[in-house]
Design a protein around this ligand. Structure first.
Ligand code: FES
Ligand code: FES
Length: 168
């Protein structure tokens, strides 16, 4: 069987696996990218969320043969230096407890902020509704998503100084 080529975080990887293998296993066990977590394995908890062409997707329920030629982004590729507004907000609001669910939460938040730069409480609840946090970090999580939205918002530009003597 020819290897399957995956585009992960902007790099091509040829992997020699069964085409039906879930993307999650390939990320973690073949490519050693362990930032994406295994929670339930049946698309119920959100821990394994990655982006496929920018769309939040559960890697545990996605076969590698279905993602060839698509752009896969994992938590390792969300930013080069942990400077994505969601990552900064997570630190500012001290969101994680055990941390297990958090990379999935971050990937969903990043997608939400792209779709809705100013998410409402209802948007946030809807986005994270399929994510399970056993540590109950939801209140901090909601706050951090608002903080991330504020950090990502374009800053108002200062008015240009009016030249002396210019008409007002
Ligand atoms: S591990 Fe994929 S949704 Fe739980
Ligand atoms: S921080 Fe522990 S499961 Fe969410």
């Amino acid at each position: 069987m020819p290897p399957i080529t995956l585009n992960v975080n902007g790099k091509a990887h040829a992997v020699d696996v069964d085409p039906q293998t879930p993307l999650l296993w390939v990320l973690r066990d073949t490519l050693n990218m362990t930032g994406t977590k295994y929670g339930c394995g049946i698309a119920q908890c959100g821990a394994c969320t990655v982006h496929l062409d920018g769309e939040a997707t559960r890697a545990c329920a996605t076969a590698v043969e279905d993602v060839q030629g698509r752009k896969i982004t994992t938590i390792e590729g969300l930013s080069a230096d942990r400077s994505h507004p969601a990552q900064l907000a997570w630190i500012a609001e001290q969101v994680p407890q055990c941390g297990y669910c958090q990379s999935g939460m971050l990937m969903t938040t990043a997608e939400l902020l792209k779709r809705k730069p100013k998410p409402t409480d209802a948007d946030i609840d809807e986005a994270i509704s399929g994510h399970i946090c056993r540590c109950g970090t939801y209140p901090r999580l909601r706050k951090a998503i608002k903080t991330a939205a504020a950090m990502a918002a374009p800053k108002p530009t200062a008015p240009k100084p009016v030249a002396k003597g210019a008409a007002r």
